[in-house]
Design a protein around this ligand. Structure first.
Ligand SMILES: [Zn+2]
Length: 499
C-alpha cells in the first residue's frame, strides 16, 4: 500500500508486508513490520542483479532509489544471504545511493566470518578451485580447445572481477560491515543455524529463525541428492588433486606454498622421476622417443600429436566450475520469519539460493521454548507453517527440496515468490532453467495459482488473472493482499501476510 504523499512503504497493522523488487535477475526483498509505537521497521534481504544482465546496473539504481523513498533512508536490518552478484551487486552499482541510508544491523551467515576456521577452510578451497580453473582455461585456450571459451563463460558467471583470492565478491560485504551501525566483531555477531530466534527492536509477535547455512560442511557439499552429477565430485581429494594438477600446468614458480604442497601430494610418482613437458623432446635418453612418437618435431604435422593428453583431462574442469557456484549457493543464509500472535502460527521462508544439503540440515534443528512460549520448535514445524515461500535459487530444479521441503508446506494459504526473468535465463547459452517447469507446476498446484514472479508483475491497475479451477472468492482474497508498482515501471510487487 502506497501512501500517495511520500511514497513510503506502509507497515501492515499486523504481520508483515513483503515487497519483491524487480532488478531483472536477482533477489531484492524489502519487508515492513509495525513496531509497538506504530512506526515501521524495515528489513532488506539481498539487493542484487546478475552482472551479465543487460541494463541491470541502471535498473537496480532505480530500485534502490525506490527503496530509499519507501524507507525514508532507514533500514533497520540488512541481511545478505551469500556472495553472488545477483544477491549483492545493488551495493556496488547503487553504492552512491546507499551512501545516504542508515543501516542499523547487518546479518551475515557464519560463512562470512573471516575468523571462523571452517569458513576459512571453505574459502581457501574455493579460492584454489578458482585459480585451478583459471589455469585450466588458459591451457585450453593455448591449445585452441573450444572448452576454454565455455569454461571462461562459466567463470564469468559469478566472478566477473577477476578471480579474487577468496573467490567471492567480498568488497560489497566489507562496505556493508563498515556501514552498519552495529559492528560484527565476534563469532556470535554472525548468524548461525539453531541460534536463539532473533527479534526486531520494538516489534512484537515476530521471531526470526536462522535455518542455514549448516555448520556441518558435509551438508554444504551436498548439492543434489538423487542425481549423481555433482556427487561424483564430493570427495575433496579428487577436487584438490585436479586443482593441483591444473595449477601445475601454469608452472610451479607462481604457486603458493599450500598449492605447491597439494601438487606434490597429488603426484603419482616422485618428482625426481618426472620428465617435464618442456624438456621431453630434448631429454638425453628419451628425447628421440618423444620426438618420434609424440609430435614434438618442428616439421609441419609431424608425428601423432594426438597421443599427447595434455589438455583432454581438463574437461573435468567444467564439472568443477559448476560445482563451485553451487557450493556458494549452499552457503546461503536461510531465514524463517514466524508470526507468533496468530493461530495457527505462520512462517515465511526465505530460502535464498540454498541447495538440497542446506534444506536437509534444517531438519536437525530445534529451538527450546522460552517463557510463556514453552513449545519446542523444530525445523519441520516451520516448514509446515509456511504461508509464504521465497523460492530457492530463482526456481531451479535443485534448490527446493521436495519431500523434506515443499511437500511439507501444507497451509491452504501458501503463496510462492520467485525473483526471475525466464526469457533471459532460458535464452542464455547454455540455458538456465529458471524457473524449472516441473517445479513451477508443483508450486502452482500447492499454492492454487498464487505464484508471484518479478517477470510477471501486472501492468497498470489490472490484477493477475484468476487461473481456471480456482475459487473466485479465494482468488479475490489473495488479490486484496497484493499490491504492485502501478507506474508501469513494474519495479515491485508485494504481498501482506497478516499476523
Ligand atoms: Zn541467485
Amino acid at each position: 500500500m502506497m501512501s500517495p504523499q511520500n511514497n513510503t512503504m506502509q507497515a501492515p497493522a499486523s504481520g508483515v508486508t513483503v515487497r519483491m523488487y524487480n532488478t531483472g535477475f536477482g533477489d531484492c526483498l524489502l519487508l515492513a513490520f509495525r513496531a509497538r509505537d506504530g512506526s515501521a521497521r524495515y528489513m532488506l534481504i539481498d539487493c542484487g542483479v546478475h552482472h551479465t544482465y543487460s541494463g541491470g546496473a541502471s535498473k537496480i539504481r532505480k530500485v534502490v532509489r525506490d527503496i530509499m523513498r519507501a524507507t525514508t533512508n532507514h533500514l533497520h536490518v540488512v541481511a545478505v544471504t551469500h556472495e553472488h552478484t545477483d544477491h549483492l551487486y545493488g551495493f556496488k552499482y547503487a553504492r552512491e545511493i546507499f551512501e545516504n541510508v542508515r543501516i542499523d544491523e547487518l546479518w551475515l551467515a557464519w560463512t562470512e566470518n573471516p575468523t571462523d576456521k571452517i569458513s576459512k577452510n571453505l574459502k581457501q578451497l574455493h579460492g584454489m578451485k578458482i585459480r585451478a580453473l583459471t589455469a585450466a582455461v588458459s591451457q585450453l585456450r593455448l591449445s585452441n580447445d573450444p572448452l576454454g571459451g565455455t569454461l571462461q563463460g562459466l567463470l564469468d558467471f559469478e566472478y566477473p572481477n577477476a578471480l579474487s583470492a577468496t573467490g567471492g565478491n567480498p568488497a560489497q560485504l566489507q562496505y556493508l560491515r563498515t556501514k552498519s551501525r552495529k559492528k560484527l566483531r565476534r563469532a556470535g555477531d554472525y548468524r548461525r543455524p539453531g541460534e536463539r530466534p532473533l527479534t526486531l527492536s520494538g516489534v512484537d509477535g515476530v521471531k526470526i529463525y536462522v535455518l542455514g547455512p549448516p555448520r556441518d560442511v558435509d551438508w554444504i557439499k551436498m548439492l543434489e541428492k538423487e542425481s549423481e552429477m555433482y556427487l561424483a565430485l564430493r570427495g575433496t581429494n579428487e577436487v584438490t588433486a585436479f586443482a593441483a594438477a591444473a595449477l601445475a600446468t601454469e608452472g610451479t614458480d607462481t604457486l603458493s606454498n599450500e598449492d605447491r604442497e597439494l601438487l606434490r601430494r597429488s603426484r603419482p610418482f616422485d618428482e625426481s622421476l618426472e620428465i617435464s613437458k618442456n624438456a621431453a623432446s630434448t631429454h638425453p635418453h628419451y628425447g628421440a622417443f618423444f620426438r618420434n612418437h609424440y609430435g614434438f618435431s618442428r616439421r609441419n604435422r609431424h608425428g601423432p600429436e594426438w597421443r599427447r593428453v595434455e589438455t583432454d583431462w581438463l574437461a573435468a574442469a567444467e564439472q568443477l566450475a559448476l560445482q563451485i557456484d553451487s557450493y556458494t549457493n549452499n552457503t546461503s543464509l536461510v531465514l524463517a520469519i514466524e508470526l507468533t500472535e496468530v493461530q495457527p502460527r505462520k512462517a515465511l521462508l526465505f530460502a535464498a539460493d540454498a541447495q538440497i544439503g542446506n534444506w536437509l540440515s534444517w531438519h536437525e534443528l530445534s529451538w527450546p521454548g522460552e517463557g510463556e512460549d514453552s513449545e519446542t520448535i523444530r525445523g519441520e514445524d516451520l516448514l509446515r507453517r509456511t504461508v509464504l515461500y521465497k523460492v530457492g535459487h530463482h526456481g531451479s530444479h535443485n534448490a527446493t527440496a521436495s519431500e523434506s521441503g515443499l511437500e511439507m508446506m501444507d497451509s491452504p494459504d501458501l503463496i510462492a515468490m520467485i525473483p526471475v526473468d525466464k526469457e533471459w535465463a532460458y535464452g542464455r547459452r547454455p540455458p538456465w532453467k529458471h524457473p524449472d517447469e516441473d517445479l513451477l507446476a508443483r508450486l502452482k498446484q500447492k499454492t492454487e495459482g498464487r505464484v508471484i514472479r518479478t517477470d510477471e508483475i501486472p501492468s497498470g491497475n489490472r490484477p493477475p488473472k484468476k487461473p481456471r479451477n480456482v475459487n473466485r472468492s479465494e482468488w479475490q482474497s489473495f488479490i486484496r493482499k497484493l499490491d504492485w508498482d502501478r507506474s508501469g515501471d513494474k519495479l515491485w510487487i508485494q504481498v501482506t501476510v497478516p499476523g
